[in-house]
Design a binder for this molecule. Structure first.
Ligand code: FAD
Ligand code: FES
Length: 225
């Protein structure tokens, strides 16, 4: 949870995924969509920020014998690139594919960083300006349809809720486990405000809280809003 020294408006910090850690700090990938994120965009180098974190639970670490299909939409790339970079730095030989979609080629960022991780890239743009013409979920489904043996395959996804709901439907259709990292609005980040509740479907309790129980969940357990 991050905020700058910009007075009382906006009052609450904004939630971000850690893109990578560097020299005791960390890098974030920020898309300006509203007042808070626009203020980050305008921040000057060296501007002080207050940071509460790291918080929550990340994607399960890469494992030998697993094939990870990473499905990213927009800034949902950040935790998945983190995951791919961790795998590239360890000796864990988890094969990885990254399905990365955006509206246009200008919204596809960090392509050189992605290439350095060695993941197989499947790009998609809605206007057809780079990669497959259409949604990233088409690329994912085409890939899964060509695989006769999907044992050990896991989908990890982060992006707009509509995209993640479509990814979860595909995961169900092909009977592949799926982990989702939800990006809903958060106010406190520490389980106090109860504003990030997500209905649970496994009957264990009515709700989970994205900030403390997630933001990564087994897709079979939660309802994505
Ligand atoms: C766990 C987590 C990780 C995240 N990681 C990143 C990241 O790495 N990079 C990044 O750029 N953003 C990330 N986000 C989203 C980011 O927190 C929001 O974009 C930010 O809070 C918006 O603040 P704002 O003041 O700019 O917009 P606001 O003025 O608060 O909102 C502007 C509009 O966007 C809508 N909105 C606000 N927050 C969200 C949201 N989270 N999702 C969809 N619509 C929203 C509002 O309803 C409103 O219509 C993450 C969110 C979560 C919960
Ligand atoms: S953001 Fe306050 S409980 Fe999760």
């Amino acid at each position: 949870m991050v905020r700058g020294e910009w007075g009382r408006d906006p009052l609450l910090p904004r939630a971000f995924s850690i893109l990578r850690t560097v020299d005791g700090g960390c890098e974030l990938l920020v898309k300006a969509i509203g007042r808070g994120t626009r203020l980050f965009e305008l921040a000057q180098p060296g501007a002080p920020l207050s940071v509460l974190g790291p918080l929550g639970k990340p994607f399960a670490a890469p494992e030998p014998g697993r094939t990870d299909l990473l499905v990213a939409g927009g800034v949902g790339l950040a935790p998945l690139l983190w995951h791919a970079e961790v795998a590239a730095k360890t000796s864990c030989a988890t094969p990885m594919h990254l399905f990365y979609g955006a509206r246009t080629h200008e919204d596809l960022v960090l392509l050189d960083d992605i290439a350095r991780t060695g993941v197989m890239q499947h790009l998609a743009t809605e206007d057809g300006s780079r990669g497959l013409h259409g949604r990233v979920t088409i690329a994912l489904e085409q890939h899964l349809a060509t695989k006769s043996d999907r044992a050990g395959t896991t989908i990890l996804t982060c992006g707009p809720n509509a995209m993640m709901r479509a990814v979860v439907d595909i995961a169900r259709k092909y009977e592949v486990p799926c982990l989702v990292s939800v990006e809903g609005e958060m106010a406190c980040g520490i389980g106090a405000c109860l504003g990030c509740a997500l209905p649970l479907t496994d009957g264990s309790r009515p709700f989970a809280y994205a900030c403390v129980d997630g933001p990564v969940f087994d897709a079979a357990r939660v309802v994505i809003p």
